[in-house]
Write a new protein. Structure first.
Length: 57
């Protein structure tokens, strides 16, 4: 197992649309884009270090 867990996320429809557009622009899945943005936010706050090679792209 890769340590991932799933959960339900309620999100504003307009925000979801923008996230979908951004994901498409950056060639990521919606799920991958949300995870990427969350990791970046945590990294900026000093709460998370890069742990996977592809995260440094």
């Amino acid at each position: 197992m890769d340590g991932r867990k799933s959960f339900l996320l309620r999100i504003d429809a307009k925000l979801l649309d923008e996230l979908r557009r951004l994901a498409g622009d950056e060639f990521r899945s919606l799920n991958g884009q949300i995870e990427y943005l969350l990791r970046e936010a945590l990294r900026q706050r000093g709460r998370l270090k890069a742990s996977r090679p592809e995260e440094g792209r």
